[in-house]
Design a protein around this ligand. Structure first.
Ligand SMILES: [Zn+2]
Length: 298
């Protein structure tokens, strides 16, 4: 509240003066290289290693066009106010294993939501406890003890995972300014690797890790459900559209090519596009939603 901005000049007050004793340093008057936003909340001033200073303004971009008076009257009325929504705003998400959700908006902005990270840590513990337990005699004291420990660790893992999904879906439903959320239809996706007779030990291990990931750890289906009811609650619309070929297609020239799961970057030989595979897929979902024939299944 003490900051004063006039055009491209910002005044950062220093301490002291008046009742506060001698003012030892003059106020800092800084020139900004860009116009600051109208209704900013906070300003952070930082300096890089070369000695350049930066002002970072925090603001809701959906608030920018609101009337001034109206803005002040509504401000702080409710502690947890509904966040302003952009009219016509659409955000399309690609849901995946490596990154839980990658979003793309009309403004060309990408959102990356990482998701739960501790699978390995917990799975290692769980496997160890189980193998120890299975070496004991059934119903022995040690067996029962290890069963209890196993249950406790598994519970902990499940809770962490759920918590993470709740936070991620809340972020999408409540914090993003876009009014419509678009995601791909998961039911068409073939994530599980089928067992083959002639698989090598390496392939076998890979299949086990992947299928454990999909069946036990991923939680994408509960994530979609959380997203559905949270969107309803915060007055957003959720659309689920077919995501067929969205990872395979180049979003610029529409050429298709095979994308094995381990290839993380999409490189188009035709038009030279180089992009993160999830980002490319999110753009495809976004474009398909805009182009596709309504009604989409909400
Ligand atoms: Zn291309």
């Amino acid at each position: 509240m003490y900051l004063e901005v006039q055009d491209n000049t910002i005044i950062l007050p220093t301490g002291g003066g008046g009742n506060w004793g001698p003012k030892r340093y003059e106020n800092i008057v800084a020139h900004l290289t860009e116009d600051p936003p109208d209704h900013f909340h906070e300003v952070a001033v930082s300096r890089d290693a070369r000695g350049n200073y930066y002002c970072s303004f925090v603001y809701d971009d959906a608030e920018q066009h609101e009337d001034d008076d109206q803005h002040k009257a509504h401000k702080r009325r409710k502690k947890q106010k509904q966040r302003p929504l952009r009219d016509e705003g659409i955000v399309a998400f690609d849901l995946g294993i490596k990154t839980l959700a990658t979003g793309y908006t009309k403004q060309g902005r990408f959102y990356h939501i990482g998701g739960f990270k501790g699978y390995r840590y917990y799975n290692k513990q769980l496997d160890k406890i189980r193998s120890k337990r299975d070496k004991c005699k059934k119903k022995s004291r040690r067996y029962l003890h290890l069963s209890r420990v196993y249950k406790r660790v598994a519970e902990q893992k499940r809770r962490k995972q759920q918590d993470c999904l709740h936070k991620a879906s809340h972020l999408i439903a409540h914090r993003l300014a876009e009014r419509a959320v678009v995601i791909g239809d998961l039911s068409q996706r073939q994530m599980v690797i089928k067992k083959r007779e002639d698989e090598t030990p390496k392939e076998r291990r890979k299949r086990q890790i992947r299928n454990r990931m999909v069946y036990n750890d991923w939680g994408l289906y509960s994530f979609v459900q959380m997203l559905a009811y949270k969107c309803l609650r915060f007055g957003k619309e959720l659309f689920i559209i077919s995501e067929r070929d969205t990872t395979r297609t180049c979003h610029v020239c529409k050429r298709q090519k095979d994308m094995p799961l381990w290839v993380r970057t999409y490189r188009c030989e035709n038009c030279g596009l180089v992009m993160d595979r999830d980002e490319n897929s999110a753009v495809n979902i976004y474009q398909r939603f805009l182009a596709g024939p309504p009604p989409h299944t909400p």
